[in-house]
Design a protein. Structure first.
Length: 299
């Protein structure tokens, strides 16, 4: 599928490209999410939440099972030691996979109540882990239906133990994708329900302050703010109506990379970090862009 771009600003060509194509890598899934590239070993992980199935893709072998069941995992990332950090819908927990394959719970409760359903996660260079906690993992099909125990949807930082994650802010409709600015002085968090992106100042103690609406995702097509990443030039990529919306550092929307299915998430990959691996409903796509992204693998 070629010529899938909607240009809103001339800078789009420099950031994304003049002509863009979407390559279908695999299909036939239920609902894909959480793509994560491993730079050293050159493979991609992604989740199929309704299928309770985490899969692995390589250029040589295609699709294989990585973990099944997977607690209906959603967002994935690597910590600074290369361990897999997983948002688990079915258990309302954030976990870390240790080198021996065992799972450690990093966050599960707040004041004796279960978290809603950790959704997406990012790790700061000092090792601090930040994650969002909307309610989607307690819905039919996308998770494990059960009553909510918290009366808010928050953004969190992992605390000293699993029962004391640090609540950073609780004034979202449904917080979802998040990413740091290149200098890590700011954290961007989008709100699926309100269809905008907010920008917070990161305080010296790792907290968040001055959360303001930074940009809105507008346009035709299915989709809303969900997965979000930053490229090596400071441009923000965010899911939105019709596909992936690309914002410059000044919050101007440069354009949209349109996909044939509603997009839930994506990540940068390949050796040059110029490939977007996109999880869009029932399929996995790859899109080549002009400006390299940023790596989630740091070891």
């Amino acid at each position: 599928m070629s010529d899938i771009i909607e240009v809103r600003d001339p800078r789009f060509e420099t950031v994304v490209g003049r002509s863009v194509a979407a390559e279908t890598l695999a299909g036939g899934f239920l609902f894909t999410e959480g793509p994560l590239w491993h730079g050293r070993d050159r493979y991609l992980l992604f989740s199929d939440m309704p299928g309770d199935h985490m899969r692995k893709w390589t250029a040589a072998d295609g699709i294989a099972t990585f973990r099944k069941p997977c607690a209906q995992s959603n967002g994935l990332t690597w910590d600074r030691r290369g361990r897999l950090v997983v948002c688990q819908h079915a258990t309302s927990t954030l976990t870390r996979t240790e080198s021996d394959g065992t799972s450690t719970v990093l966050a599960s409760h707040h004041q004796g109540k279960e978290l809603n359903s950790p959704n997406d996660v990012v790790v700061k260079s000092d090792g601090a882990i930040y994650f969002t906690d909307p309610t989607y993992g307690r819905l039919e099909y996308y998770g494990n239906p059960r009553p909510l125990q918290l009366d808010f949807r928050g953004v969190w930082r992992v605390g000293a133990d699993a029962r004391t994650p640090v609540l950073l802010t609780d004034d979202f409709g449904q917080p979802n994708g998040l990413c740091f600015s290149l200098d890590e002085r700011q954290l961007f968090v989008n709100d699926t329900e309100r269809k905008h992106i907010r920008r917070f100042e990161v305080t010296a103690d790792g907290g968040l302050a001055d959360g303001r609406v930074w940009a809105e995702t507008t346009g035709a097509g299915k989709g809303a703010p969900d997965g979000m990443k930053i490229d090596s030039a400071g441009n923000i990529y965010c899911c939105g109506p019709g596909g992936i919306h690309v914002f410059a550092a000044d919050a101007a929307c440069l354009g949209v990379i349109r996909l044939p299915e509603a997009v839930a998430n994506f990540c940068f990959g390949d050796d040059d970090l110029r490939s977007l691996y996109v999880t869009a409903s029932t399929s996995l796509y790859r899109v080549r862009v002009a400006t390299p992204g940023t790596a989630q693998w740091q070891c």
